[in-house]
Design a binder for this molecule. Sequence first.
Ligand code: THU
Length: 141
Amino acid sequence: MEKKQIEEMIELAMGQLAYSYAPYSNFKVGAALLTESGKLYTGCNIENAAYTPTNCAERTAFFKAVSEGERSFQAICVVGGKDGILTEYAAPCGVCRQVMMEFCDPDRFRIILATGIDQYEVFALKELLPLGFGPDNIREV
Ligand code: THU
């Protein structure tokens, strides 16, 4: 991936921290999702007093995009930290990795974890979800 594209995604994801609704954990997360065609969708985590309805930033971005007709994705950038302070990488939870598995090629889809515009690492979905179970596994033969 191009550095300029990565930087744009980090900036967008960091901008989402302002919208994070996390009154229970105070752990703010922002995401920026890049479609195959180059369009960007953002997301933040949205918590709930009943706890389990909480939606992660990554899934907010995916569901926004899918609900607008997108089905093909290149990469997602995730940033997060207590009170929105980025000290270490906020890696996607297992549920979010599974949602990525539904729509993305595990060899090609990239997950960018960042703590700053110049501090990031890029992973393939396959690295973060080895032997993932996806649509191909239940395809009729
Ligand atoms: N969270 C995310 O939004 N994404 C992640 O990758 C990890 C966790 C949120 C869920 C919850 O609002 C808060 O972070 C603490 O778990």
